[in-house]
Design a protein around this ligand. Structure first.
Ligand code: HEC
Ligand code: HEC
Length: 262
């Protein structure tokens, strides 16, 4: 009986497993085919017909090679509407995406099929709905070390040299924050998993999301420029007052002296 059962399971497995595998690969190659077609129409003019970069001279902005940038870069660039780029400028802005998520996934699969690169992160990697206070605090520390130099203490963004800027992080989806760290668009460095481990990235996302919901603590906002500039303001105003008082005392002193001399 037992032997029969084992044999039955074994042969059933042998009969079905390869079928599943071929079904998987054909669905995948269909998606890649679809992505390749979309790419030829919407992206090849700048990135080349085989994503090798350079374009065919039609576009004013030659795009870089996409060999090895990975699915994550495509999902980020097209998902935030940066790609397809529209016009030359110091920086390609975020805009309403022009493709559906299924189309983006197809193009991402196509680019990923050319060479290995960072994959789109799994949802567990950036799900911060159950983040604890400790994780948010830890994320805040990591954020201050790695991100505030460009994106400001409150994640509100800031200017960079040559007309470029680090955008505000408010309202950016969890997945796109993760992908930005993974792929380092433009001036932004790549934060590989050696630099910021997956749980570091998740805690940073939890912190950015907490910033979004945080209420203003009141008082002068000063654009929440952070302790340095707030300190500077206090210093300038304070020194100004002191100088004023000193001048006033000096003037009274001179007057008093003048009165004595008479
Ligand atoms: C008008 C030209 C143009 C078009 C059309 C265009 N791109 Fe780009 N793309 C660029 C340029 C220029 C850059 C470099 C931006 C930068 O980093 O300053 C770029 C960058 C990228 C990157 C980032 C590469 C990296 O190293 O991380 C990806 C991914 C990308 N494009 C994908 C696409 C996809 C997919 C499409 C089609 C939906 C597309 N692009 C259409 C010009 C274009
Ligand atoms: C050296 C400056 C610099 C540092 C440091 C930096 N970024 Fe960026 N970041 C940028 C720039 C510039 C862009 C815009 C890129 C573009 O438009 O293609 C950007 C874009 C982003 C975006 C995309 C926002 C959007 O509007 O779609 C996210 C999310 C992001 N950064 C998160 C981070 C996080 C998190 C860190 C820290 C781990 C970080 N950045 C560190 C410069 C920086």
């Amino acid at each position: 009986m037992l032997l029969f059962g084992l044999l039955a399971v074994g042969s059933a497995y042998a009969a079905f497993a390869p079928d599943n595998a071929t079904a998987d690969t054909s669905a995948q190659s269909q998606q890649i085919e679809e992505g390749k077609k979309l790419f030829a129409v919407g992206c090849a003019s700048c990135h080349g017909l085989n994503a090798e970069g350079g374009g065919n001279g039609e576009g004013k902005m030659a795009g870089p090679s996409l060999i090895g940038v990975g699915a994550a870069a495509v999902d980020f660039q097209v998902g935030t509407g940066r790609m397809p780029a529209m016009q030359p400028g110091a920086q390609i802005p975020r805009k309403t995406p022009s493709y559906t998520q299924a189309e983006i996934e197809a193009m991402a699969a196509y680019v990923a099929s050319l060479a290995p690169g960072p994959a789109v992160p799994a949802e567990e990697a950036y799900d911060v709905s159950k983040a604890t206070d400790e994780q948010v605090t830890r994320g805040g520390e990591l954020f201050r070390t790695n991100c505030t130099a460009c994106h400001n203490f409150a994640g509100k963004g800031g200017a960079l040299p040559n007309g470029r800027y680090a955008p505000s992080l408010m309202g950016v989806s969890e997945k796109h924050i993760y992908e930005a760290m993974l792929t380092g668009p433009q001036q932004m460095p790549v934060f590989s998993d050696q630099v910021l481990q997956p749980e570091d990235k998740r805690d940073i996302i939890a912190y950015v999301k907490a910033l979004e919901t945080q209420k203003d603590p009141g008082g002068f906002g000063l654009g929440r420029l952070g302790p340095v500039s707030e300190g500077l303001w206090g210093w300038l105003v304070g020194i100004g007052l002191l100088v004023g008082v000193a001048v006033w005392i000096g003037a009274k002193g001179v007057k008093a002296k003048g009165a004595k001399a008479e």
